[in-house]
Ligand binder design. Structure first.
Ligand code: IPM
Ligand code: MG
Length: 368
């Protein structure tokens, strides 16, 4: 029987609660689809700062290196907010992990089931059938990692800070490849978002994406949009998009906007795929819910485990090639929500269910 080996990094806040539910669901999927889950837990984020003195301990990194994927919970909370920016759980663990595993492709589905339309801040007539779009964000280039990057005091006593926005053609081509594959599995359309009216990197971005698609996938419907307009269009008519392809910083901003128009952060998964292959010959990846650690509801049995379950499904699909199991998990979540099982974030008028009950409903659907 095939084995899937992954590192489990539950993190802080609601992370550990929703992670336990997702692991239970994975076990049911493993049973049904005939594979074995082989995983180990390790500390990351604030809890790792408390226990090991740093947000990404060497032992955690080592476990990840010995695994084929990382199932990540969520990190951070008020306890660690007073730390210097560089030592904050988010920056001191997520960014080094992205760097260490060259996690260049961030895939964030923006999915709102029609039944949950009420959860979106958009007017119902803008999204009569819910929302179904995907943001493909470049994750290891641009302003986040470009050098030089520092703060300095000038001879005249003024202080200046520098971040560098830098992109290579090869970096743009490899993320475009991911967008192509995604579009081909969906509605065959890509909107590439840049700021080519101002930025050199965006001029290169637009030219590279255009040339690459003409060569590799001429049948895909390609359009280009400036980032400011894209932010506006997302709020006006999100379903005009199928796949949004963009660089690191624009993707950070647009994917948060996409998350909010999709209603609850508790429903959104994400995948960050690496340049390297795992022992299965598939991309190594880090899979995490789009929402944060929600410290205000941690330990109260209120958290929505769906985003963590859906992230685990993405892990099965991308890093282990278990497509059938992945789709079955996604359907089980959708059926659970459709049949009225709702945690507090998506309950509206009805009686909300607990984190555990939500998980049980998903597992019951998965068992069939
Ligand atoms: C995200 C987050 C991170 C980012 C932070 C926590 C460093 O906002 O994954 O979108 O900016 O990439
Ligand atoms: Mg962000």
């Amino acid at each position: 029987m095939s084995k899937i080996k992954f590192a489990v990094l539950p993190g802080d806040g609601i992370g550990p609660e929703v992670m336990e539910v997702a692991l239970n669901v994975l076990e049911v999927a493993a049973d049904k689809f005939g594979f074995v889950c082989d995983y180990e837990r390790a500390d990351v984020g604030g809890i790792a700062i408390d226990r090991h003195g740093k947000a990404l301990p060497d032992s955690t990194l080592k476990l990840c290196q010995e695994s084929d994927a990382i199932l990540f919970g969520s990190i951070g909370g008020p306890k660690w907010e007073s730390l210097p920016a560089r030592e904050q759980p988010e920056r001191a663990s997520l960014l080094p992990l992205r760097k260490a595993f060259s996690l260049f492709a961030n895939i964030r589905p923006g999915l709102l089931y029609p039944e949950l339309q009420e959860a979106s801040p958009l007017k119902p007539d803008r999204i009569p059938h819910g929302i179904d779009i995907v943001c493909i964000r470049e994750l290891t280039g641009g302003l986040y990692f470009g050098q030089p990057k520092h703060t300095e005091t000038l001879p005249d006593g003024d202080v200046q800070a520098i971040d560098t926005m830098i992109y290579r053609k090869s970096e743009i081509e490899r993320i475009t490849d991911v967008a192509i594959a995604t579009a081909q599995s969906r509605r065959n359309s890509i909107c590439s978002v840049d700021k080519a009216n101002v930025l050199e990197t965006s001029v290169l971005w637009r030219k590279t994406v255009t040339d690459y698609l003409a060569r590799k996938a001429p049948s895909i419907d390609l359009s280009h949009m400036y980032a400011d307009n894209a932010a506006m269009q997302l709020a006006r008519d999100p379903n005009q998009f199928d796949v949004i392809l963009t660089e690191n910083m624009f993707g950070d901003i647009l994917s948060d906007e996409m998350a909010v128009i999709c209603g609850s952060l508790g429903m959104l998964a994400s995948a960050s795929l690496g340049a390297g292959k795992n022992s299965q010959g598939l991309p190594f990846g880090l899979y995490e819910p789009a929402g944060g650690s929600a410290p205000d509801i941690a330990g109260k049995k209120l958290a929505n485990p769906c985003a963590q379950i859906l992230s685990a499904a993405l892990m099965l699909r991308f890093s282990f090639g278990q497509n059938e199991a992945a789709s079955a998990m996604e359907e089980a979540v959708q059926t659970a929500v459709k049949s009225g099982n709702r945690t507090a974030d998506i309950a509206f008028a009805g009686e909300p269910v607990s984190t555990r009950k939500m998980g049980e409903a998903v597992m019951a659907n998965l068992r069939g």
